[in-house]
Structure formats: C-alpha cells, structure tokens
Design a protein around this ligand. Structure first.
Ligand SMILES: Nc1ncnc2c1ncn2[C@@H]1O[C@H](COP(=O)(O)OP(=O)(O)OP(=O)(O)O)[C@@H](O)[C@H]1O
Ligand SMILES: [Mg+2]
Length: 406
C-alpha cells in the first residue's frame, strides 16, 4: 500500500473515532439528565472540533407548525438568537430537510455541508456544518456526514419518542386522578346531601326561634347579646349547610347559554371593593367574545367566586399588595379561563389535596375547605375540567376548561 493511502486511511479512522466519541457523549449527556438542549449544544462544539470547521448547527423541525428552529450551535452568538424559518422556505437549511443525502453548498465563497436528519417516517431537522474541514476531502466529508446524520437521527428520535411516551403517561395519570376525584366526590356527595338535609331542618328551627326571641326580648336584657351570638353561630352553620348542598349539586336551576366573559366581569365586580381594600389589582385579559357555554350561571359564578376569593386570601396572607389576572381564550372544544395570582403559591405537599372536601390550611373558622371541592363539582357538572398548577405570577394558577354550547 502506498504511504499516501495509508496516511489517508489513518486520518479517516481518527476522524470516525472522534465522531463516534462525540455521539457517545451526546447520548450519555441526554441520559445523565443534562437535558436535550445542552447535550445538543456540546455535540455541535465537539463536531466543530472533530472536523476542524468554522461552526456547526442543528435545526429541529416542528411538524405541527412546520417551522425549523435553531436548536443548538457551536457559535454562542448564533444560538443566543434562536432564529426559526418556515420549513417550505427555499433556503439551504430548509431544503436540507427534504434531501435524501448530505449535500455541499457554496455560500459566499465558503462551503457548507447540509445533512438531513430523518427519523422513522418523519423529518427531524438538519445538521449544518460550515467551513472547509481540516485534512478531509469532499467525498470523505460527505460520506462521514451521511454516517453521522444516520446515527444522530437515531439518537435524537430515541429522545423524542421517549419524551412523547412520558407525556402520554403523565396525561393518562392526570385522567386517572380526575376519575378518582370524580368518584370520590360522587360517593361523598350522596352521603353529605343526606346529612345536610337532616341538619338543615332543626337548624332552621333554631334560627327561626332565635330570631323570634330577638324581636321580643327586652332591649336591656343581659341575655340579648348571648341570644344574638346564638343566632349568628346558627346562621354560620346554615351557611355551611347551604354550601354543602351546592357541593352535592342538589340545588340546580335550568341550563341557559352563558356569556362567560360577561359573567367573569360581574364576578370581578362583586369582589372589587374587597380587593381594593386589600390592595389587590384584578385584571380581566384575553378574548371578550367567546363561544357561549350551556350552563347554570349562578353555580358557575359560585365556582369563579370560590377561586377568586382563594386567590385574594392567598395574596392577603402575605400582607403585601398583589395581582390577580383572569385570562380568557377560545380552546377546543370551548374555552379556557386561567386565574393567576401573585400570592405565595401552593406547596407541593398541599397540591394533591386541595380539591378534597374539608381540606383546608386556613385557621379554624377561616375556611371549611369546601370552596374548591364545590368549584370542582360545578365545573365537572358542566363537563369541564378544573386544574391547579404554579403561576408565572409567582402564586397559583387555576385553569377552567369548559365546552361550548352544542
Ligand atoms: N390561590 C391559592 N393560593 C394558595 N393556596 C391556595 C389557593 N387556592 C386554594 N389554596 C389552598 O387550597 C386549600 C383548599 O381551598 P378551598 O377553597 O377548598 O378551602 P378554603 O379556602 O381553605 O376554605 P373555604 O373555601 O371553604 O372557605 C386552601 O386552604 C389553601 O391551602
Ligand atoms: Mg376557599
């Protein structure tokens, strides 16, 4: 064998080894929880060094919105801008998506290898290697680029498939926990409805007699204030019983088409004075015209009020001025309402229990723990979904999805 060939083969072997090493580090980086984006970033740097080129970048394709976004670049200035282009554009990068094999392009006197990244029946993106590689001729550059593209596509697709599967699992878990919550509420609902009715009758008797006695008792009697106390406490118990009846859904009115943005506006108006006093700014954002929802306006307003009052109480607990934003938007199959607050948020250990009836973190007499259970029941009764998470405002975010009138 002539010495030139041996030298060429040695260089090729060394290059292939470095590329393998870079891919291995990429796969390890993803598994070691470094995350997809940082692992891609280090890969572009390793590839730039291995080929001895100016820069390397990886563009990922979003099939849904048909755009290519720069996912990683060895050049920090380029990666900081995160540009994106339409996948049907006639640029070199977008064309790369439709290539079968890598192709060398000339851009402003500099050469550029564009490598398509292809998964199982889907275009994943493009790998772009810019500059003249050191000690590598064009045929070898294209050949190693093709091998690299194939292996990188497999590695990237594995990550994507895994994250899709994990996404499905968490969706299934959410569905399951919603079903468990629904079953829990239904069973508890029947039980509570029975008790609430039984308590309501004697309670109305106590209230009625206390009221009668208050009207007839001598205004100077020393028992007057005790009697008033009995009346107020009985009234508080009656309020709890009323709430229980709302929770069990035993008080329903006929369903009508409801203009949700208007209903939210009315609900905010009810709380405006209290919010002003507590230095809380409430804003209603988003769409003002949305599909009508078929439902019980009073009960839906009760659900919004319970969520809004919780947000106010959460902010007030920190004794600083705060913000609540209610954002409305159309969504399939109807609309979504987000209620964000700037309060302290919901701790992780509290979150799984907030929709349970009688769960409260508030002091005795401050909360019965029924507000969210009632809201959950009402939204569910309207074939909607109520969820809670952390808000970008720093506190909690409650989201209500409601289907539109059908
Ligand atoms: N916006 C919020 N920020 C922080 N924590 C919240 C928020 N909303 C609800 N929570 C938590 O969820 C718990 C349950 O709320 P829920 O409305 O069901 O009951 P409550 O407010 O304690 O009592 P009630 O509504 O019966 O007066 C609260 O005690 C609180 O810990
Ligand atoms: Mg509450």
């Amino acid at each position: 064998m002539d010495s030139q060939l041996i030298e060429r083969l040695t260089r090729e072997l060394a290059l292939r080894k470095r590329l393998q090493q870079a891919l291995l580090l990429f796969s390890r980086g993803v598994s070691a929880n470094l995350g997809f984006a940082p692992a891609l970033e280090s890969l572009t740097i390793d590839l730039t060094t291995a080929f001895g080129v100016r820069r390397t970048s990886i563009w990922m394709h979003d099939r849904r919105v048909r755009i290519l976004t720069l996912a990683a670049s060895s050049d920090p200035r380029e990666s900081a801008t995160k540009p994106s282009i339409a996948s049907n554009e006639d640029s070199m990068i977008a064309r790369g998506l439709r290539l079968d094999a890598p192709e060398l392009f000339s851009v402003a006197e500099a050469q550029c290898l564009v490598v398509p990244l292809r998964g199982w029946r889907r275009a994943l993106g493009t790998l772009v290697i810019e500059g003249e590689p050191r000690d590598v001729d064009s045929p070898l550059f294209i050949e190693t680029g093709a091998d690299l593209g194939r292996q990188l596509s497999i590695a990237i697709e594995r990550v994507l498939v895994l994250s899709e599967v994990l996404g499905d699992i968490s969706e299934q878990n959410q569905l399951r926990s919603r079903l468990v919550q629904a079953a829990k509420l239904a069973a508890l609902g029947q039980f509570i409805a029975g008790i609430a009715h039984e308590i309501n009758n004697p309670l109305q008797g106590v209230l009625g007699y206390a009221e009668l006695m208050l009207e007839t008792i001598d205004p100077d009697s020393p028992h007057r204030s005790d009697l008033r106390r009995i009346y107020l406490e009985a009234d508080r118990a009656a309020e709890i019983v009323r709430n229980l009846l709302v929770f069990t859904g035993s008080q329903r009115s006929p369903r009508r088409p409801i203009d949700i943005p208007a209903l939210i506006g009315e609900t905010i108006a009810i709380r405006q004075a209290a919010a002003d006093t507590a230095r809380i700014h409430i804003a209603q954002l988003g769409d003002t015209v949305l599909p009508l929802v078929l439902g019980d306006a009073l009960r839906l307003q009760q659900a919004f009020l319970n969520i809004l009052i919780n947000a106010e109480q959460a902010i007030a607990s920190a004794s600083v001025p705060g913000r609540i934003t209610i954002t409305l938007a159309a969504a399939t199959p109807g609309l979504v309402i987000h209620v964000d607050d700037s309060g302290p948020g919901i701790p992780d250990d509290v979150m799984p229990r907030i929709f349970d009836p009688f769960f409260t973190t508030k002091d005795v007499g401050q909360g019965t723990g029924l507000g969210l259970a009632i809201a959950y029941g009402i939204i569910q009764d309207h074939s909607g979904v109520l969820t809670a998470e952390s808000s970008a405002l720093g506190g909690a975010r409650f989201s209500i999805q409601l289907p539109a009138e059908w």
